[in-house]
Design a protein around this ligand. Structure first.
Ligand code: HEC
Length: 271
């Protein structure tokens, strides 16, 4: 009963028009939601996507009828355990830093023969369809549950990508002259009832990456960080970044490295 009530509140918030940022006060809805999420995460619907993602990983598919089991996520071909917590990272074969979903898409193209155009055409989940990379990234992410984030910063390109991500994070432009930091770079900010953590601080940066990929109760869909960041670009009134672009990997590098050393709990639940 209480759960149904909370869901109703959540749905109402999602339907609300664009709100003003307010100073954070004691927030009963938020506290209530956190309790609700704890209950739900014990039996997380994200597991459905994990199972589907594992099937997609292991089953030969695409024009080349190959599985993804030779995909190198940074720890060697086929090694999935722990890989998500150590991404984004530099990959010599493409000479750039890639986040998990970007790497999975790369493997689907190179190993299975899909084209970027078909994978990028409608890359985000809807009520009726979950794109395969989203399920696969959920499977891969689940294999890092309980491990500490350790996005590497040893390679010069990893350092440069972190610096680029930081610059993008603070870059102000657009109709509202917003940057990511306008909403996520100050303490105690929230939009209506949604607290906005300060991702520039290590102890709060973890909130940028924790629970992603996440099962979103509003809509009942599974979303990855590629979607979350792309949607924030929309909120910021910026042009839409390309799916799996270096811009998105750079922002993910920035927030993940800031959260390094803290424990990843696996795919989660988001409102
Ligand atoms: C106009 C304000 C605004 C701007 C600008 C903005 N965001 Fe967001 N962001 C939000 C809101 C609102 C949420 C959802 C919070 C929630 O649901 O609890 C969010 C959520 C997030 C999350 C997930 C946090 C979580 O708790 O799971 C990340 C990561 C994120 N934003 C990153 C960014 C990045 C990177 C940028 C710059 C490209 C950006 N945001 C720009 C408002 C903004």
């Amino acid at each position: 009963m209480r759960h149904a009530l909370v869901l109703g509140v959540v749905a109402a918030m999602a339907a609300a028009p664009w709100p003003h940022a307010l100073a954070q006060t004691e927030d009963p809805v938020s506290a209530e939601f956190d309790k609700f999420r704890e209950v739900l995460e014990k039996d997380n619907p994200a597991e459905l996507w994990e199972v589907k993602g594992e099937q997609l990983w292991r089953t030969p598919g695409g024009p080349k009828k190959a599985s993804l089991e030779k995909c190198d996520l940074g720890l060697g071909p086929g090694v999935v355990k722990g890989a998500y917590a150590q991404m984004p990272r530099y990959f010599a074969d493409v000479d750039r830093v890639m986040d998990a979903e970007a790497r999975i898409v790369h493997c689907m193209i190179t190993l299975q023969g899909f084209t970027y155009a078909e994978l990028a055409k409608a890359p985000f989940s809807s009520a009726t369809r979950t794109p395969d990379p989203v399920s696969i990234v959920t499977y891969v992410a689940a294999q890092s549950a309980g491990m500490k984030f350790a996005a590497p910063q040893g390679h010069p390109k990893e350092k440069a990508t972190y610096a680029a991500g930081k610059e993008i994070f603070f870059y102000r432009a657009g109709t509202f002259d917003f940057s990511c930091a306008s909403c996520h770079g100050v303490d105690d900010k929230r939009i209506r009832t949604q607290p906005l953590p300060n991702f520039t601080k290590p102890e709060q940066a973890i909130r940028a990456v924790l629970g992603w990929p996440g099962y979103r109760m509003t809509g009942g869909v599974m979303h990855s960080l590629q979607w979350r960041l792309t949607d924030c670009f929309r909120q910021q009134r910026f042009p839409k970044p390309d799916y799996t672009s270096e811009t998105l990997s750079a922002l993910m590098t920035y927030v993940t490295v800031n959260a390094n050393g803290q424990v990843y709990k696996g795919p989660g639940i988001k409102r």
